[in-house]
Design a protein around this ligand. Structure first.
Ligand code: AMP
Ligand code: ZN
Length: 138
């Protein structure tokens, strides 16, 4: 399904031209318009899924292979020293476009710096609570 008013549906399906790195029957990979680093790309499924929880299983099974292919080509072609996959779900998690996508962000020696979290701490009691809260819903 394609959503008429979704910018990523339009980019993924070539309705709006994009700086395209890769395309197959299920995905298009484009350069992010506001990159975190040189080569920052977005993997877009051609069908509309709001987020990871809505994603079709078969598409989910393919997306990491696409990410690996792109990451390897970036490493070879752009000379990055590594790359991050980032996938935001929900506004609180930083999702701004409500069409599932995976960021592939090349990382270079010497930067740019990309924010990470401050490592926290967790008690044994809280660990137990978390395990109970999550595993009973799986
Ligand atoms: P997220 O915050 O995970 O929803 O990421 C959305 C990403 O899409 C951001 O990094 C934006 O820079 C990028 N973006 C939004 N509109 C476009 C566009 N028209 N072309 C390319 N990238 C876009
Ligand atoms: Zn869409």
């Amino acid at each position: 399904m394609v959503k008429d008013d979704c910018i990523f549906c339009k980019l993924a399906n070539g309705v709006i031209p994009a700086a395209s790195l890769y395309e197959d029957d299920a995905f298009r990979v484009i350069l992010d318009a506001n990159p975190a680093s040189k080569g920052h790309a977005l993997i877009l499924p051609k069908h509309h899924y709001q987020d990871l929880c809505e994603l079709d299983e078969a598409i989910g099974a393919k997306v990491l292979n696409v990410a690996a292919k792109i990451g390897k080509a970036m490493t070879d072609g752009l000379g990055c020293a590594g790359f991050n996959l980032v996938q935001n779900n929900g506004e609180a998690a930083g999702q701004t476009v409500m069409h599932f996508h995976v960021h592939v962000i090349p990382r270079y020696e010497g930067g740019p710096k990309i924010a990470a979290w401050d490592p926290g701490a967790v008690s044994a009691e809280e660990t137990k609570e978390i395990i109970e809260a999550v595993t009973t819903r799986l």
